[in-house]
Ligand binder design. Structure first.
Ligand SMILES: C[S@@+](CC[C@H](N)C(=O)[O-])C[C@H]1O[C@@H](n2cnc3c(N)ncnc32)[C@H](O)[C@@H]1O
Length: 245
């Protein structure tokens, strides 16, 4: 899996990509993350990547030319086909990123991510590149660098070999439409609080049953909206009925 990220602040990515899971995945050549400075593609003596908005108003707008040229250049250098590539524009106006989208994006060999800054980018970038517009939530950040890192992290967890155990991503919260069951580690007792005895029983069938019912209980308590789209067995439905919902 190859990521190409376009930003005017390439240093933003140095530390996050140099830690734990992503660092290991890059070192093991399972993923590669190539950061491109949009400024390198800016024309003119001052290499400006932004300008005043037509029609007036506050702030600056990122220019169309450096972004379009940067994407075109990298695309031709890596020689990707339209089917194998996904071009993402980070924007608070996009569809909201979630675990399902992360799983879908993991099916692409190449992902390009454009990071906006200031008041956003010239609308014509969208007309020319037709990117998948993605938001990481209903709030406004100062730039697309954090959203790009969020997307890279969540998508990479689906790439085989990135996580120590491939089953981990399947057991994550949201993967089966439910929140994850509570987890415990040593000691067995801390300040009078004991680990549920079933987890110490060694009975795998019972542990699985407990985890499923706890998943449902936690989802009901914290995110009941998720249950509407979750795949539930008859046994799951009984648990929900038994809880009075
Ligand atoms: C300050 S924001 C621009 C917001 C724009 N003025 C608006 O109201 O829609 C600058 C850049 O940050 C990124 N950004 C901000 N919030 C985001 C979010 N929730 N999800 C994804 N990207 C975001 C986008 O790349 C955006 O172009």
């Amino acid at each position: 899996m190859r990521y190409d990220v376009f930003s005017i602040f390439p240093d933003f990515f140095v530390s996050p990509l140099n830690q734990t899971i992503l660092k290991r995945a890059i070192q093991n050549n399972i993923i590669s993350v190539n950061i491109h400075d949009i400024r390198d593609y800016a024309e003119g003596k001052h290499r400006t990547t932004d300008d005043y908005p037509y029609g007036g108003g506050s702030g600056m707008v990122m220019k169309v030319q450096p972004i379009v040229d940067a994407v075109k250049d990298v695309k031709s250098k890596i020689g990707v086909t339209t089917e194998s590539i996904k071009i993402i524009l980070t924007t608070p106006q996009g569809r909201t990123f979630n675990q399902k989208i992360a799983g879908e994006l993991a099916g692409f060999k190449n992902i390009m991510i454009i990071c906006g800054r200031y008041e956003g980018i010239d609308e014509r970038v969208k007309d020319i590149i037709c990117p998948d517009e993605i938001s990481i939530g209903d709030y406004v950040l100062s730039g697309g660098e954090l959203p790009a890192l969020v997307i890279i992290d969540a998508v990479s967890r689906y790439v085989p070999g990135v996580l120590g155990s491939e089953s981990s991503v399947e057991a994550d919260t949201f993967s089966d439409g439910l929140l994850k069951y509570p987890q415990y580690t040593r000691p067995e007792e801390f300040r009078g609080l004991k680990v549920p005895s079933v987890l110490l029983s060694g009975k795998h069938g019972e542990i699985e049953k407990w985890r499923r019912s706890e998943s449902i209980r936690v989802t009901l308590a914290k995110r009941p909206d998720l249950l509407e789209n979750a795949e539930l067995t008859e046994e799951d439905k009984e648990i929900i009925k038994g809880s009075g919902n």
